[in-house]
Structure formats: structure tokens, C-alpha cells
Design a protein around this ligand. Structure first.
Ligand code: NAD
Length: 497
């Protein structure tokens, strides 16, 4: 926890030296084409840096670097206990640079500095540390063979991993890939979102300082349709691990089929239901949680509780409670430690969110809170957390991922109806149910088609449990030992005795 004031964060933000170049084979370098693009802060529109706009030639260089390093064994064949030590040093360095990295994150994508510092950075450090700590404690298998055979079932690093990540938790999403990818011995090319590349670029240098050999972690900033596509189509990338939208996730599956059938692991979008039954143990806690579930990180959360399903017998009263709770979540300057809601990532996202607010009006939902762009004079991109009541699950604001602070309230009369509405979306990332009836809680959790289900809370979890989606929310899992599956191939070796 930092004790810096708003004025001190502001002063530091003016003094920051920001790196915008790519990182290949242990060194910062300009894009091969020399092209850059401007990176503006959504906080107030200031120009932060010129970012290398990488393309095919950079992808080629980075893949070659990663492949060469992987084949050399300098990291891939290091004893797990030795890789662990380096990973732990990397985690320590990230922790030691928490304030700098949190400030970069906040300036780059607009989230409150308190969140960057107390959520994103600890989450990032945990992920690297947890995977590092685990890697010398996982064992391979001996198969149940006839007595004249010995069957070994071993896991091997897959090779060259391209990690393509989004802008909403730039560093933390990257770390969910980097932790298991590096711990298992792979070489990685990290492609941050063009909308939030700064922390990914910075940590490449920290990885070298920690002792991760040059070429094991390369970072290529740039656009998805240029360098992202080049990596996804590359014949020498063994696997793509992706977090981002369902639309691009589907595109990556095609690229894999068009190229070398590289493995494709997808963490995609969500439209998660938060079901509040009349017998919830604590309606006040449920209301405060429902407000946080849509306002935290400006609603730019894959697991945002964007559909609030409330039993009709308590709906009118409960919606008033959520409106009241949302007063604690109002936009402010992200560099102010008191701010709970920051700026949307950029003006494109602002337009998207405002267009969905308009769609809510057009489709006949009833606005009960928010609905406006605010703080326009700051030069930043701020919108009020917004609630629509009287939403029907077929409306656009109930079916499509808005990725902003817009909550749709939908009534239900029975838990069967709630489950049907909850599952009636293309997504299946997360869901919650609030009830004091233990059987109903468990039965509902089983019936919900989602990768994470919370009971009497919203958004719990840590590194110990897998995270990922059903249906069009993706495949595979980040976090926990299950994540290691994405970064390794299984090999069966038969020895005749
Ligand atoms: P996005 O799909 O637009 O972009 C994600 C990444 O893909 C970026 O780095 C982008 O440059 C890259 N990309 C874009 N086009 C590409 C192409 N043609 N080829 C290769 N790469 C390409 O998503 P976004 O707007 O950055 O992030 C928001 C989305 O991420 C939301 O849908 C959200 O739900 C999802 N998300 C999911 C999780 C999860 O764990 N399931 C977590 C966070 C965010």
C-alpha cells in the first residue's frame, strides 16, 4: 500500500521516462519499419509515448530469437529448481517496481491508481511467484504397464509461445500467461494490446535483470491486424495463448487452421449473470457487491456482473439499494488515490459504451442511474456507472458484451427461470447466485454453464483455482496447475525391459 498523494502521483507522472520500443533478444529496438504510433492517456488526453508499431519483420525476428533460445536449452533445459529461483527474483523485482508499474498502468489505460497498486500489481507478482514456486513440485507419471515394459508419461515445454493479451488488466493478464509459460521452460513473445503496451514493454527489462536469458521473453507492441496476425499465422509459433474478445478468438482459430495448426488457447468475453434470490443471506452485501461487480475497473472486466437477475418479489427494493451503493462508485481522476472509477481506456471505448446506453433507451429499458459522459473538460474519457431496469434478456444490452459500466437488471419468478435466463447467452465465463438455501445454491451452481461460479459473493478467487470459460468464453484455463497444460505437450515413452 503506497501513501503517495494525488499531487505526488501527478508529479511522478510528469517525470516518468516511458519506453515505447519493442524488446527482442534482450534489447530494446525500434520496429523494423521504423513506424510508431502515438499512445495517449485516457486520464486527460496527454501524449505518453511513441510506440513501436511492429509488423511481419519484427514477428520474424522475435520468433527466430525465441526458437533459437528455446533450442539452446539455456532456459528450457535448466533444472526446474533453477528456473524457480529466477522466477522468484522476477516476482521480487516486479514487486519492488510496483509504484512505477502501477503508475504506467493507470496512465496507459485509465484505471484508478489504488486498483493498479493494490489489485493489478499484487495479482501480477502472485502469478509469477506461484508458477515459479510450483515448477519444482510437479511430477511426471509412470504408466500402469505390463511388467516387461516401462511407460513414462512426461510433460515437455511446447516451445515458442505467442501470448496476445488485452488492455483491461494489461500486466495481470500477461502474467497469467507468463507465469506458467516461463516456468515450464518455453520462450515467449508477448504481444500487448496496442491500447495499453507500456507495462509489458517495461517488464521485459526486469526479466533480464532477474536472470531470464535474452530471447526467452520478447515483447512486440503494435496492432492486432499487423503484428498479432503475423504471430498467429507464423509457421514456427507452437502455441497462441490469448485473452481478448470472442470475435478475435474465433479469428485466431482460423489463422491456426490456415497455418501450422498451432495450439490455440482462448480466454474470451463474458456477459455474466449475478442472480439474487429473495432468500439471499444479506441483501445489503448483495447490493454493494452488485454495484462493485459492474463499476470496478470501469466495468472493463471480462467477468463483470453485467446482468443482474433479481427475484421479482424483492426487485424494486433491491434496485434502490444498488442505486444507493453505486454512489460510492463515481468517476474521478485516476491519479487520485480516493478515486474508485477511472477513465475508459480510450475514446473508441467511450463511443462503444455510449452507443450501448443509447441502445438501452432505444430498446425500451428504463434508466435508473447514470447514463452520461462526465468530466469532459479533463480531456479524458469518463462515463457514469449506469443501471437499466426492466431489461429483457433478448435486448442488446443483455446479450452483447459492453465492456463498460452498464448494468442490466432482469426480473425472475423462480430459480428455474433464473437459470434459463442466466444460461441464455453465447458466453459462459462466470456467474453468481445469492441464497441462504444450501441445496439451491449447489444445484444452481451445477446448472450454470460457466467456468467460475460464486455463491453469496461476486468475483472471488486466487491462483489456486483455474479460471476460464465455457461456450464462447473460451477454452483452456489460466491459473492453478491446470494452466501448465497449455504450455506443455504430453509424451509417452515406452521402454522394453
Ligand atoms: P481484442 O480481442 O480486441 O484484442 C485482444 C488482443 O488481440 C490485443 O492485443 C489485440 O491487438 C489483438 N488482436 C486484435 N486483432 C487481432 C488479429 N487479427 N490477430 C491477432 N491478434 C489480434 O480484445 P480487447 O478489446 O483488447 O479486450 C477486451 C476483451 O477481452 C473483452 O471481450 C473481455 O471480455 C476479454 N477478456 C477476457 C478475459 C478472460 O480471462 N476470459 C480477461 C480479460 C479480458
Amino acid at each position: 500500500m503506497s501513501s503517495l498523494t494525488y499531487a505526488e502521483w501527478e508529479a511522478r507522472s510528469r517525470d516518468l521516462q516511458i519506453e515505447g520500443r519493442a524488446f527482442i533478444q534482450g534489447q530494446y529496438s525500434h520496429a523494423a519499419s521504423g513506424e510508431t504510433y502515438d499512445c495517449f492517456s485516457p486520464v486527460d488526453g496527454r501524449l505518453l509515448a511513441k510506440i513501436a508499431s511492429c509488423g511481419d519483420a519484427d514477428a520474424e525476428l522475435a520468433v527466430r530469437s525465441a526458437r533459437r533460445t528455446f533450442a539452446s536449452g539455456v532456459w528450457s533445459r535448466l533444472a526446474p529448481v533453477a528456473r524457480k529461483q529466477v522466477m522468484l527474483r522476477f516476482a521480487d523485482l516486479l514487486e519492488a517496481h510496483s509504484e512505477e508499474l502501477a503508475l504506467l498502468e493507470t496512465l496507459d489505460m485509465g484505471k484508478p491508481i489504488g486498483d493498479s497498486l493494490n489489485v493489478d500489481l499484487p495479482g501480477t507478482v502472485d502469478s509469477i511467484r506461484w508458477s515459479g514456486e510450483a515448477i519444482d513440485k510437479v511430477y511426471d507419471e509412470v504408466a500402469a504397464t505390463p511388467h516387461d515394459q516401462l511407460g513414462l508419461v512426461t510433460r515437455e515445454a511446447i516451445g515458442v509461445v505467442a501470448a496476445i493479451v488485452p488492455w483491461n488488466f494489461p500486466l495481470m493478464m500477461a502474467s497469467w500467461k507468463l507465469g506458467p509459460a516461463l516456468a515450464t521452460g518455453n520462450s515467449v513473445i508477448l504481444k500487448p494490446s496496442e491500447r495499453s503496451p507500456l507495462t509489458a514493454i517495461r517488464i521485459a527489462q526486469l526479466a533480464i535483470e532477474a536472470g531470464i536469458p535474452a530471447g526467452v521473453l520478447n515483447v512486440l507492441p503494435g496492432y492486432g491486424h499487423t503484428v498479432g496476425k503475423a504471430l498467429a499465422l507464423h509457421m514456427d509459433v507452437d502455441t497462441i495463448v490469448f485473452t481478448g474478445s470472442t470475435k478475435i478468438a474465433k479469428q485466431l482459430l482460423s489463422y491456426s487452421g490456415e497455418s501450422n495448426m498451432k495450439r490455440v488457447w482462448l480466454e474470451a468475453g463474458g456477459k455474466s449473470p449475478n442472480i439474487v434470490c429473495a432468500d439471499a443471506p444479506d441483501l445489503q452485501a448483495a447490493a454493494e457487491s452488485a454495484a462493485g461487480a459492474i463499476a470496478f475497473n470501469q466495468g472493463e472486466v471480462c467477468t463483470a456482473g453485467s446482468r443482474l437477475l433479481v427475484e421479482n418479489s424483492i426487485k424494486a427494493q433491491f434496485v434502490l439499494m444498488v442505486v444507493e451503493a453505486l454512489k460510492a462508485w463515481q468517476p474521478g481522476n485516476p491519479l487520485d488515490p480516493a478515486t474508485t472509477v477511472g477513465a475508459l481506456v480510450d475514446s473508441r471505448q467511450l463511443e462503444t459504451v455510449l452507443s450501448y446506453i443509447q441502445a438501452g433507451h432505444d430498446d425500451g429499458a428504463r434508466l435508473v442511474a447514470g447514463g452520461q459522459r462526465v468530466m469532459e473538460e479533463s480531456g479524458g474519457t469518463y462515463v457514469e456507472p449506469t443501471i437499466f431496469d426492466g431489461v429483457n434478456n433478448a435486448m442488446r444490452i443483455a446479450q452483447e458484451e459492453i465492456f463498460g459500466p452498464v448494468l442490466s437488471v432482469i426480473g425472475f419468478d423462480s430459480i428455474e427461470q433464473a437459470i434459463e435466463i442466466a444460461n441464455d447467452t453465447p458466453y459462459g465465463l462466470a456467474a453468481a447466485v445469492w441464497t441462504r438455501d444450501l441445496s439451491k445454491a449447489h444445484q444452481t451452481a451445477r446448472a450454470l454453464r460457466a467456468g467460475s461460479v460464486w455463491i453469496n459473493q461476486y468475483d472471488g478467487g486466487d491462483m489456486t483455482a483455474p479460471f476460464g470459460g465455457f461456450k464462447q468464453s473460451g477454452n483452456g484455463r489460466d491459473k492453478s496447475l491446470h494452466a501448465f497444460d497449455k504450455y506443455t505437450e504430453l509424451k509417452a515413452t515406452w521402454i522394453k525391459l
